[in-house]
Design a protein around this ligand. Sequence first.
Ligand SMILES: C[C@@](CO)(OP(=O)(O)O)[C@H](O)COP(=O)(O)OP(=O)(O)OC[C@H]1O[C@@H](n2ccc(N)nc2=O)[C@H](O)[C@@H]1O
Ligand SMILES: Nc1ncnc2c1ncn2[C@@H]1O[C@H](COP(=O)(O)OP(=O)(O)O)[C@@H](O)[C@H]1O
Length: 289
Amino acid sequence: MSGPLNNLEPIRWPAPAKLNLFLYINGQRPDGYHELQTLFQFVEKADYLTIQANQTGHISIAPESEIKLEDNLIYKAARALQQFSGTPFGAHIDVEKNLPMGGGLGGGSSDAATTLVALNQQWQLNYSNDILADIGVKLGADVPIFIHGRTAIAEGVGEKLTSVEVAEPWYVIAVPPVHVATVNVFTHKELIRHTPKRAIDQLLQGSWHNDCEPLVKKQYPEVAKAIDALIEYAPSRLTGTGACVFATCNNQQHAQSILDACPAWLNGFVTQGSNESALYKQLKLRNKK
Ligand SMILES: C[C@@](CO)(OP(=O)(O)O)[C@H](O)COP(=O)(O)OP(=O)(O)OC[C@H]1O[C@@H](n2ccc(N)nc2=O)[C@H](O)[C@@H]1O
Ligand SMILES: Nc1ncnc2c1ncn2[C@@H]1O[C@H](COP(=O)(O)OP(=O)(O)O)[C@@H](O)[C@H]1O
Protein backbone atom coordinates (compact mmCIF):
# COMPACT_ATOMS: atom_id res chain seq x y z
CA MET A 1 0.00 0.00 0.00
CA SER A 2 1.28 3.48 -0.80
CA GLY A 3 0.88 6.31 1.70
CA PRO A 4 -1.03 9.51 0.90
CA LEU A 5 0.47 12.07 -1.48
CA ASN A 6 2.39 14.72 0.43
CA ASN A 7 2.04 17.41 -2.27
CA LEU A 8 -1.26 18.14 -4.01
CA GLU A 9 -0.12 21.58 -5.26
CA PRO A 10 0.40 22.05 -9.03
CA ILE A 11 4.03 22.14 -10.17
CA ARG A 12 5.17 23.70 -13.47
CA TRP A 13 7.79 21.68 -15.38
CA PRO A 14 9.69 22.58 -18.58
CA ALA A 15 9.89 20.25 -21.60
CA PRO A 16 12.63 21.81 -23.75
CA ALA A 17 13.40 21.23 -27.41
CA LYS A 18 16.54 19.56 -28.72
CA LEU A 19 18.69 20.01 -31.78
CA ASN A 20 20.65 17.27 -33.51
CA LEU A 21 23.94 19.17 -33.99
CA PHE A 22 25.08 16.30 -36.21
CA LEU A 23 23.31 13.14 -37.32
CA TYR A 24 25.07 10.26 -39.09
CA ILE A 25 23.41 7.02 -40.14
CA ASN A 26 25.76 4.05 -39.89
CA GLY A 27 23.62 1.23 -41.22
CA GLN A 28 20.35 -0.59 -40.94
CA ARG A 29 19.53 -3.40 -38.51
CA PRO A 30 17.66 -6.54 -39.58
CA ASP A 31 14.49 -5.13 -37.91
CA GLY A 32 14.63 -2.10 -40.26
CA TYR A 33 15.70 0.45 -37.62
CA HIS A 34 18.79 2.52 -38.38
CA GLU A 35 21.96 2.78 -36.32
CA LEU A 36 22.84 6.41 -35.65
CA GLN A 37 25.53 8.62 -34.18
CA THR A 38 23.91 11.93 -33.25
CA LEU A 39 24.84 14.84 -31.00
CA PHE A 40 21.90 16.18 -28.99
CA GLN A 41 21.92 19.63 -27.42
CA PHE A 42 18.99 21.27 -25.61
CA VAL A 43 17.73 24.79 -26.19
CA GLU A 44 15.90 27.13 -23.84
CA LYS A 45 12.68 27.17 -25.87
CA ALA A 46 10.28 24.73 -24.20
CA ASP A 47 6.77 23.45 -23.69
CA TYR A 48 5.55 23.69 -20.08
CA LEU A 49 3.49 21.09 -18.20
CA THR A 50 1.72 22.13 -15.01
CA ILE A 51 0.99 18.93 -13.15
CA GLN A 52 -1.33 18.43 -10.20
CA ALA A 53 -1.24 14.94 -8.72
CA ASN A 54 -4.48 13.41 -7.40
CA GLN A 55 -5.54 10.42 -5.30
CA THR A 56 -8.30 9.31 -7.70
CA GLY A 57 -6.07 7.67 -10.32
CA HIS A 58 -7.68 9.71 -13.09
CA ILE A 59 -5.41 11.23 -15.79
CA SER A 60 -6.63 14.31 -17.66
CA ILE A 61 -4.99 16.78 -20.02
CA ALA A 62 -5.99 20.35 -20.88
CA PRO A 63 -6.51 22.15 -23.16
CA GLU A 64 -7.97 19.86 -25.79
CA SER A 65 -5.70 19.59 -28.82
CA GLU A 66 -5.71 18.13 -32.29
CA ILE A 67 -4.10 15.01 -30.80
CA LYS A 68 -6.57 12.49 -29.37
CA LEU A 69 -6.05 11.90 -25.65
CA GLU A 70 -5.01 8.25 -26.12
CA ASP A 71 -2.46 9.28 -28.78
CA ASN A 72 -0.97 12.11 -26.74
CA LEU A 73 2.55 11.16 -25.64
CA ILE A 74 1.90 12.91 -22.31
CA TYR A 75 -1.08 10.63 -21.62
CA LYS A 76 0.80 7.58 -22.88
CA ALA A 77 3.74 8.36 -20.59
CA ALA A 78 1.49 8.86 -17.54
CA ARG A 79 -0.39 5.62 -18.26
CA ALA A 80 2.85 3.69 -18.83
CA LEU A 81 4.19 4.86 -15.45
CA GLN A 82 0.91 4.02 -13.71
CA GLN A 83 0.96 0.54 -15.20
CA PHE A 84 4.64 -0.08 -14.46
CA SER A 85 4.37 1.08 -10.84
CA GLY A 86 0.84 0.03 -9.97
CA THR A 87 0.39 3.43 -8.27
CA PRO A 88 -3.20 4.37 -7.34
CA PHE A 89 -2.47 8.06 -8.08
CA GLY A 90 -3.47 10.14 -11.09
CA ALA A 91 -2.84 13.68 -12.35
CA HIS A 92 -4.27 16.65 -14.16
CA ILE A 93 -1.81 18.09 -16.67
CA ASP A 94 -2.10 21.58 -18.16
CA VAL A 95 -0.05 21.89 -21.33
CA GLU A 96 1.48 25.09 -22.66
CA LYS A 97 2.55 23.97 -26.14
CA ASN A 98 5.22 26.25 -27.60
CA LEU A 99 7.16 23.82 -29.79
CA PRO A 100 6.07 23.01 -33.34
CA MET A 101 4.92 19.39 -33.65
CA GLY A 102 6.81 16.90 -35.77
CA GLY A 103 9.50 19.40 -36.66
CA GLY A 104 12.57 17.49 -35.50
CA LEU A 105 12.73 19.45 -32.24
CA GLY A 106 11.53 16.46 -30.21
CA GLY A 107 8.66 18.27 -28.48
CA GLY A 108 6.49 15.14 -28.19
CA SER A 109 9.35 13.06 -26.78
CA SER A 110 10.30 15.88 -24.43
CA ASP A 111 6.72 16.16 -23.15
CA ALA A 112 6.74 12.40 -22.52
CA ALA A 113 10.09 12.56 -20.70
CA THR A 114 8.98 15.48 -18.53
CA THR A 115 5.77 13.63 -17.67
CA LEU A 116 7.78 10.59 -16.53
CA VAL A 117 10.31 12.62 -14.53
CA ALA A 118 7.66 14.84 -12.92
CA LEU A 119 5.23 12.08 -12.01
CA ASN A 120 8.10 9.97 -10.64
CA GLN A 121 8.56 12.82 -8.12
CA GLN A 122 4.95 13.82 -7.57
CA TRP A 123 3.76 10.21 -7.17
CA GLN A 124 6.74 9.56 -4.82
CA LEU A 125 7.98 6.59 -6.84
CA ASN A 126 11.75 7.19 -6.66
CA TYR A 127 12.65 5.28 -9.81
CA SER A 128 16.11 5.84 -11.30
CA ASN A 129 16.52 7.66 -14.62
CA ASP A 130 17.56 4.34 -16.20
CA ILE A 131 14.20 2.81 -15.30
CA LEU A 132 12.32 5.89 -16.54
CA ALA A 133 14.33 5.75 -19.81
CA ASP A 134 13.40 2.06 -20.28
CA ILE A 135 9.73 2.98 -19.91
CA GLY A 136 10.15 6.05 -22.14
CA VAL A 137 12.03 4.52 -25.06
CA LYS A 138 8.92 2.47 -25.92
CA LEU A 139 7.12 5.78 -26.55
CA GLY A 140 9.81 7.34 -28.78
CA ALA A 141 13.48 6.87 -29.60
CA ASP A 142 14.38 10.32 -28.23
CA VAL A 143 12.68 10.06 -24.82
CA PRO A 144 15.86 8.74 -23.05
CA ILE A 145 17.96 11.79 -24.04
CA PHE A 146 15.35 14.12 -22.55
CA ILE A 147 15.39 12.10 -19.31
CA HIS A 148 19.22 12.18 -19.33
CA GLY A 149 18.99 15.99 -19.66
CA ARG A 150 22.60 16.67 -20.63
CA THR A 151 24.23 17.20 -24.02
CA ALA A 152 25.21 13.77 -25.28
CA ILE A 153 26.10 11.70 -28.29
CA ALA A 154 23.51 8.98 -28.85
CA GLU A 155 24.45 5.76 -30.60
CA GLY A 156 22.67 2.54 -31.49
CA VAL A 157 19.10 3.57 -32.26
CA GLY A 158 19.50 6.37 -29.73
CA GLU A 159 19.64 4.42 -26.47
CA LYS A 160 23.41 4.48 -25.82
CA LEU A 161 24.28 7.94 -24.45
CA THR A 162 27.71 9.50 -23.82
CA SER A 163 27.66 12.95 -22.19
CA VAL A 164 29.86 15.59 -23.82
CA GLU A 165 30.43 19.35 -23.37
CA VAL A 166 30.13 21.59 -26.40
CA ALA A 167 29.76 25.36 -26.92
CA GLU A 168 26.38 26.92 -26.03
CA PRO A 169 25.74 29.26 -28.97
CA TRP A 170 22.61 31.18 -29.83
CA TYR A 171 20.50 29.70 -32.60
CA VAL A 172 17.88 30.83 -35.07
CA ILE A 173 15.46 27.95 -35.49
CA ALA A 174 13.33 28.26 -38.61
CA VAL A 175 10.10 26.32 -39.02
CA PRO A 176 9.39 25.66 -42.73
CA PRO A 177 5.67 25.28 -43.50
CA VAL A 178 5.83 21.52 -44.19
CA HIS A 179 5.55 18.31 -42.19
CA VAL A 180 8.25 15.66 -42.66
CA ALA A 181 7.25 12.14 -41.58
CA THR A 182 10.27 10.44 -39.95
CA VAL A 183 9.24 7.04 -41.29
CA ASN A 184 9.26 8.32 -44.90
CA VAL A 185 12.82 9.56 -44.56
CA PHE A 186 14.09 6.32 -43.04
CA THR A 187 12.40 4.10 -45.61
CA HIS A 188 13.56 6.10 -48.68
CA LYS A 189 16.08 4.34 -50.91
CA GLU A 190 18.11 7.49 -51.50
CA LEU A 191 18.81 8.07 -47.78
CA ILE A 192 22.55 8.21 -46.94
CA ARG A 193 22.70 5.26 -44.55
CA HIS A 194 26.27 3.92 -44.61
CA THR A 195 28.41 6.62 -43.04
CA PRO A 196 31.32 4.88 -41.26
CA LYS A 197 31.07 4.83 -37.47
CA ARG A 198 33.63 7.09 -35.77
CA ALA A 199 35.12 7.46 -32.28
CA ILE A 200 33.60 10.21 -30.10
CA ASP A 201 36.64 12.55 -30.19
CA GLN A 202 36.77 12.26 -33.97
CA LEU A 203 33.07 13.06 -34.20
CA LEU A 204 33.49 16.20 -32.13
CA GLN A 205 36.26 17.56 -34.39
CA GLY A 206 35.69 19.14 -37.78
CA SER A 207 32.47 20.24 -39.40
CA TRP A 208 29.11 18.66 -38.58
CA HIS A 209 26.44 17.37 -40.98
CA ASN A 210 23.08 15.66 -41.04
CA ASP A 211 22.81 12.60 -43.34
CA CYS A 212 19.05 13.18 -43.74
CA GLU A 213 19.53 16.68 -45.12
CA PRO A 214 20.20 16.03 -48.86
CA LEU A 215 17.12 13.79 -49.14
CA VAL A 216 14.82 16.06 -47.10
CA LYS A 217 15.96 19.12 -49.11
CA LYS A 218 15.21 17.28 -52.34
CA GLN A 219 11.78 16.08 -51.20
CA TYR A 220 10.71 19.30 -49.49
CA PRO A 221 11.74 22.44 -51.43
CA GLU A 222 10.57 24.60 -48.49
CA VAL A 223 13.32 23.05 -46.35
CA ALA A 224 15.92 23.73 -49.06
CA LYS A 225 14.70 27.32 -49.32
CA ALA A 226 14.85 27.78 -45.54
CA ILE A 227 18.45 26.55 -45.41
CA ASP A 228 19.34 28.81 -48.35
CA ALA A 229 17.77 31.79 -46.52
CA LEU A 230 19.79 31.19 -43.33
CA ILE A 231 23.10 29.97 -44.73
CA GLU A 232 23.80 33.37 -46.24
CA TYR A 233 24.36 34.62 -42.68
CA ALA A 234 25.57 31.64 -40.59
CA PRO A 235 26.26 27.87 -40.79
CA SER A 236 22.82 26.25 -41.04
CA ARG A 237 21.40 22.75 -41.29
CA LEU A 238 18.54 20.37 -40.60
CA THR A 239 17.69 19.02 -37.13
CA GLY A 240 16.63 15.36 -36.90
CA THR A 241 14.55 14.43 -39.91
CA GLY A 242 13.26 18.02 -40.12
CA ALA A 243 11.45 20.02 -41.12
CA CYS A 244 13.10 22.57 -38.77
CA VAL A 245 16.50 24.01 -39.61
CA PHE A 246 18.88 25.96 -37.41
CA ALA A 247 21.57 28.60 -37.86
CA THR A 248 24.46 28.69 -35.38
CA CYS A 249 25.15 32.32 -34.38
CA ASN A 250 27.90 34.25 -32.57
CA ASN A 251 25.58 35.86 -30.02
CA GLN A 252 21.96 36.83 -29.35
CA GLN A 253 22.12 40.03 -31.43
CA HIS A 254 23.56 38.15 -34.39
CA ALA A 255 20.75 35.57 -34.10
CA GLN A 256 18.05 38.25 -33.83
CA SER A 257 19.41 40.09 -36.88
CA ILE A 258 19.29 36.87 -38.93
CA LEU A 259 15.71 36.20 -37.81
CA ASP A 260 14.76 39.77 -38.75
CA ALA A 261 16.28 39.24 -42.20
CA CYS A 262 14.29 36.01 -42.83
CA PRO A 263 11.69 36.17 -45.59
CA ALA A 264 8.11 36.73 -44.39
CA TRP A 265 6.97 33.17 -45.33
CA LEU A 266 9.49 31.63 -42.92
CA ASN A 267 8.57 31.55 -39.21
CA GLY A 268 11.22 31.08 -36.61
CA PHE A 269 12.56 32.03 -33.21
CA VAL A 270 15.81 32.78 -31.41
CA THR A 271 16.98 30.61 -28.52
CA GLN A 272 20.18 29.63 -26.73
CA GLY A 273 21.79 26.18 -26.65
CA SER A 274 22.28 24.59 -23.25
CA ASN A 275 24.34 21.60 -22.15
CA GLU A 276 21.92 21.03 -19.26
CA SER A 277 18.23 20.90 -20.09
CA ALA A 278 15.82 23.17 -18.22
CA LEU A 279 14.22 19.99 -16.83
CA TYR A 280 17.57 18.76 -15.50
CA LYS A 281 18.25 22.17 -13.91
CA GLN A 282 14.82 22.28 -12.24
CA LEU A 283 15.26 18.75 -10.89
CA LYS A 284 18.68 19.63 -9.47
CA LEU A 285 17.17 22.63 -7.66
CA ARG A 286 14.23 20.61 -6.27
CA ASN A 287 16.50 17.83 -5.03
CA LYS A 288 18.73 20.37 -3.23
CA LYS A 289 15.81 21.63 -1.14
C1 LIG B 1 16.09 10.27 -35.97
C2 LIG B 1 15.49 11.22 -34.94
C3 LIG B 1 16.68 11.99 -34.32
O1 LIG B 1 16.36 12.80 -33.28
O2 LIG B 1 14.64 12.09 -35.64
P1 LIG B 1 13.51 13.19 -35.19
O3 LIG B 1 12.25 12.44 -34.83
O4 LIG B 1 14.06 13.94 -34.03
O5 LIG B 1 13.29 14.06 -36.39
C4 LIG B 1 14.77 10.41 -33.86
O6 LIG B 1 15.64 9.56 -33.16
C5 LIG B 1 13.60 9.59 -34.37
O7 LIG B 1 12.86 9.25 -33.24
P2 LIG B 1 11.28 9.11 -33.25
O8 LIG B 1 10.68 10.27 -33.98
O9 LIG B 1 10.87 8.82 -31.87
O10 LIG B 1 11.17 7.88 -34.16
P3 LIG B 1 10.20 6.66 -33.98
O11 LIG B 1 8.81 7.16 -33.84
O12 LIG B 1 10.80 5.76 -32.95
O13 LIG B 1 10.38 6.01 -35.44
C6 LIG B 1 9.63 6.36 -36.57
C7 LIG B 1 10.09 5.44 -37.71
O14 LIG B 1 11.38 5.88 -38.20
C8 LIG B 1 12.22 4.78 -38.47
N1 LIG B 1 13.43 4.86 -37.63
C9 LIG B 1 13.44 5.63 -36.52
C10 LIG B 1 14.59 5.75 -35.74
C11 LIG B 1 15.72 5.00 -36.14
N2 LIG B 1 16.85 5.06 -35.44
N3 LIG B 1 15.69 4.22 -37.25
C12 LIG B 1 14.55 4.15 -38.01
O15 LIG B 1 14.56 3.46 -39.01
C13 LIG B 1 11.41 3.54 -38.21
O16 LIG B 1 10.84 3.16 -39.44
C14 LIG B 1 10.33 4.02 -37.27
O17 LIG B 1 9.15 3.27 -37.40
N1 LIG C 1 2.34 15.96 -26.64
C1 LIG C 1 2.72 15.87 -27.91
N2 LIG C 1 3.43 16.86 -28.47
C2 LIG C 1 3.84 16.79 -29.76
N3 LIG C 1 3.60 15.76 -30.56
C3 LIG C 1 2.89 14.74 -30.08
C4 LIG C 1 2.43 14.76 -28.73
N4 LIG C 1 1.78 13.60 -28.54
C5 LIG C 1 1.82 12.93 -29.70
N5 LIG C 1 2.48 13.59 -30.63
C6 LIG C 1 2.77 13.12 -32.01
O1 LIG C 1 4.18 12.86 -32.13
C7 LIG C 1 4.69 13.33 -33.39
C8 LIG C 1 6.16 13.71 -33.24
O2 LIG C 1 6.23 14.88 -32.48
P1 LIG C 1 7.55 15.69 -32.07
O3 LIG C 1 8.30 14.96 -31.02
O4 LIG C 1 7.13 17.07 -31.75
O5 LIG C 1 8.41 15.76 -33.39
P2 LIG C 1 9.77 15.15 -33.87
O6 LIG C 1 9.80 13.69 -33.49
O7 LIG C 1 9.76 15.37 -35.34
O8 LIG C 1 10.84 15.93 -33.20
C9 LIG C 1 3.75 14.50 -33.78
O9 LIG C 1 3.62 14.59 -35.16
C10 LIG C 1 2.42 14.15 -33.09
O10 LIG C 1 1.53 13.53 -33.98
